[in-house]
Design a protein around this ligand. Structure first.
Ligand code: MG
Length: 421
């Protein structure tokens, strides 16, 4: 696809294609056009007022798994404070950054927003501690991986439509949601994947063929990193686990903190410390966004790609500049050593891990303790693991536990292990 003025052209078709009117003036030819989606697993008539990606976004916002993100841990456990990021606020921040980047690069904002809002739907309660435990409990039954689980939520676990499970999202949204996937999982997924009728395989195929996803999906990946590096600094300082002095060991933060204080000297006062951190983070965010826009614009121009198909066949096109990549790596290394591995965070992780291990064990031996739909699925389940409709007992338990909010997991643990509800 390429466009001239307001008219889009497909290289193999003689006549111009009139895409959805809101897409025409702004999208580049290598952007994903809703009018050219590879479609849904279950065909549906078009909506009168929204294109397919806008419709996908709205389906995410209305689904149950999305609402649960409010009560799921990002880094700090949900009960540790009202102002820390949760999976919900993280997803909204990724969507905001993603939309800004997409608009500047003439990519599809609606698709970016859909992927951003859905990218963490498969996260367990208690953050990465939960993912580690479920993976350990599922070791003999195909493992557990949160990216694959996000796809599983939108493909199978949401029950909202009369004739199919899941949200029946378009290929492009599903492709973006499945950010990482092992070759083994990709092969299993592909064996059960819907055939899109164009012979190009499903969302697992790119991990087998080592190709790239759409630019919108690549953009979300980077927006995710920009968002968590910034908000984890904010939450780390707010919690008192990180000090501003410590943060100043991180070059990316220190350089923007210096600029903030140079341009507003009163921010150097002790009483203005929070404001100085916000201002440094705001400048860091902007700098990373501008860096991505500059780098991607230049790389797209020199790559010569013109269509989404060429994007997928080309090495990754959405990257930081080499200098910014080093700065963000330093930031990640610092956060890993000083925040994610902080003794206080590690202690709450251990408590959370034991809680989920206990729950997994309890439901595996007494499936009737799960809510009725899951209890029924568990008794129907086979022992061979399957991504699709007949999951094993253990897969049903993993689905159930991973869908819990932090506080539901804690209350279930009290109910089952200390006799209180
Ligand atoms: Mg994320």
């Amino acid at each position: 696809m390429f466009s001239i003025g307001n008219v889009a052209f497909h290289p193999k078709r003689k006549r111009p294609i009139f895409t959805h009117i809101s897409e025409l003036p702004t999208l580049a030819s290598y952007a994903s056009f809703a009018a050219h989606t590879r479609g849904r697993r279950h065909p549906e008539p078009a909506a009168p007022t929204r294109d397919d990606f806008q419709r996908d976004r709205d389906r995410i916002v209305h689904c149950t798994a999305f609402r649960r993100l409010v009560y799921k841990t990002q880094v700090f456990l949900n009960h540790e404070g009202d102002l820390f990021r949760t999976r919900m606020t993280h997803s909204l921040e990724v969507a905001q950054l993603g939309r800004s980047l997409a608009r500047a690069l003439h990519l599809n904002e609606d698709l970016v927003e859909t992927i951003a809002l859905a990218h963490d739907l498969g996260h367990t309660p208690f953050g990465h501690a939960g993912q580690d435990v479920l993976h350990e409990c599922m070791q003999a039954f195909g493992g557990f991986e949160h990216n694959l689980q996000s796809l599983r939520v939108v493909d199978h676990l949401e029950e909202r439509y009369p004739d199919f499970d899941g949200l029946n999202l378009t290929f492009e949204s599903r492709e973006g949601i499945l950010k990482h996937c092992s070759v083994t999982d990709a092969a299993l997924l592909e064996s059960e994947e819907h055939r899109y009728g164009d012979g190009e395989g499903g969302v697992g195929a790119r991990f087998l063929h080592r190709t790239q996803p759409s630019l919108e999906a690549q953009l979300c990946d980077l927006a995710d990193q920009i968002a968590y590096n910034a908000h984890d600094i904010d939450d780390g300082v707010r919690s008192g686990l990180l000090t501003v002095e410590q943060m100043r060991q991180v070059p990316l933060f220190a350089m923007h903190h210096d600029v903030a204080i140079r341009s507003s000297p009163h921010l150097a006062q002790a009483s203005q410390q929070r404001r100085s951190v916000y201002e440094a983070i705001r400048r860091m965010l902007s700098e990373q966004v501008y860096d991505v826009i500059r780098t991607v614009s230049a790389d797209l121009a020199s790559s010569g790609v013109r269509t989404p198909a060429e994007v997928r066949a080309h090495p990754r096109l959405v990257n930081f500049s080499p200098e910014m990549r080093e700065l963000t790596k330093d930031t990640k290394r610092f956060l890993f050593a000083n925040l994610y591995r902080h003794p206080q965070i590690m202690a709450s992780r251990e408590t959370a891990k034991q809680m989920l291990r206990d729950l997994f064990q309890a439901y595996s031996t007494q499936p009737q303790e799960m809510q009725s739909g899951y209890a029924q699925k568990a008794t129907r389940g086979t022992e061979s693991d399957s991504y699709g409709c007949e999951p094993s007992l253990h897969r049903v338990v993993a689905d159930y536990v991973s869908g819990m909010t932090d506080r539901f997991a804690a209350s279930e643990h009290r109910r089952l292990f200390s006799g209180a509800g």
